[in-house]
Ligand binder design. Structure first.
Ligand SMILES: Nc1ncnc2c1ncn2[C@@H]1O[C@H](COP(=O)(O)OP(=O)(O)OP(=O)(O)O)[C@@H](O)[C@H]1O
Length: 321
């Protein structure tokens, strides 16, 4: 069974198309990273999955239940860690979890859940107002785990956490997935999800512009690599000649080094041959693959003004075809 499935899911707020015809499938047991820059439509999608917002068009199922007609069943089996969750400063961690249990009509030991997320019995007795940012996140995570959900939906769980907090959050997610829980979590920072995700979906301006494993996305986008050759001498004619090789998209000379941009892996060997044929001796070779951050920037046009859509549109067609 698919844990989450959307079919043409669309949400408009007046003229703003927050979510635009999104078709998404998340399999059971999967850790799925839902990525995109601010305003991409991630929270709105999540809100529609949980029936906190109604789609303008399209539909969604969660754990096989219709998101609109069977939201009660969904809420019983899904744990949610909302973006910017609120805690009651004066209530203890234990009371928070007890409250979540009561809401879900579940008996159990709040302390056991808090221990599961790394909060001691002593922490459990302290008011949440005294908690550090990481502890607050753990508490919210614990509340989401009440009732042993089959699916955890987390909206920007790593926002505001320091690197240690992010690692801890990733560890908690890993532990839950080992129990078989499906995890769907959003982030605008690729680095926060790439370590633990089986697959990612990338949203941009309301559209799902890419979906797959990070390796698949790399492959589909072509993943340029830069070949850096340290040479004893850099013959200009060799540099000028390199772009004529199939799969080489550019070459540049920097002191004793030539940088060759290769779109095809096979182009690298030919580039080395050509340089040597021009009389240079290759002293050292380095290859830098396109970083995953560059890939993300390419897919989302991160940092570009909202009006510049042309490049993004071209790429969307390419990667979602
Ligand atoms: N209730 C609303 N009324 C009007 N516009 C809205 C509403 N909710 C969201 N939007 C708009 O819809 C678009 C998508 O917003 P959304 O919050 O889903 O993005 P996001 O990817 O979750 O962003 P962030 O990472 O900043 O939380 C944005 O342009 C936002 O301004």
């Amino acid at each position: 069974m698919t844990a989450i499935e959307t079919d043409g899911l669309t949400k408009r707020f007046g003229d703003v198309v927050a979510v635009d015809d999104v078709n998404l499938q998340v399999e059971e047991g999967e850790v799925f990273g839902f990525l995109g820059p601010n305003g991409a439509g991630k929270s709105t999608t999540i809100n529609m999955l949980l029936d906190f917002a109604r789609p303008t068009e399209g539909s969604a199922t969660v754990l096989g239940y219709d998101a609109q007609d069977e939201s009660e069943q969904i809420h019983r089996r899904v744990g949610v860690l909302p973006e910017g969750f609120d805690l009651y400063e004066r209530l203890s961690g234990r009371k928070h979890v007890a409250f979540a249990m009561k809401t879900k009509n579940i008996d159990g030991d709040p302390d056991a859940i808090l221990r599961r997320v790394g909060l001691s019995d002593e922490d459990a007795r302290r008011p949440a107002g005294d908690y550090s940012k990481g502890m607050r996140q753990r508490l919210a995570f614990g509340m989401a785990l009440v009732g042993d959900p089959d699916l955890l939906i987390m909206d920007e769980p790593s926002s505001g956490l320091d690197p240690t907090g992010i690692n801890e959050m990733q560890e908690l997610v890993r532990e839950e997935t080992e129990r078989g829980t499906t995890v769907f979590f959003s982030s605008h920072i690729l680095e926060h999800v790439e370590e633990i995700c089986d697959r990612v979906g990338i949203m941009n301006r309301g559209e799902l512009v890419a979906i797959g494993t990070l390796d698949e996305l790399h492959d589909r986008i072509g993943g340029d690599a830069t070949l850096e050759l340290d040479l004893d001498d850099v013959p200009q004619r060799a540099v000028d000649d390199l772009p004529s090789i199939d799969g080489v998209t550019g070459a540049e000379r920097r002191d004793g080094t030539v940088e060759v941009r290769c779109a095809a892996p096979t182009a690298k060997a030919e580039a080395i041959n050509r340089v040597e044929a021009a009389g240079a001796t290759v002293l050292d070779i380095r290859v830098e693959d396109q970083s995953i951050d560059e890939l993300f920037e390419q897919l989302t046009g991160a940092g570009e003004p909202a009006s510049e859509t042309a490049d993004g549109d071209a790429l969307e067609t390419e990667v979602t075809a």
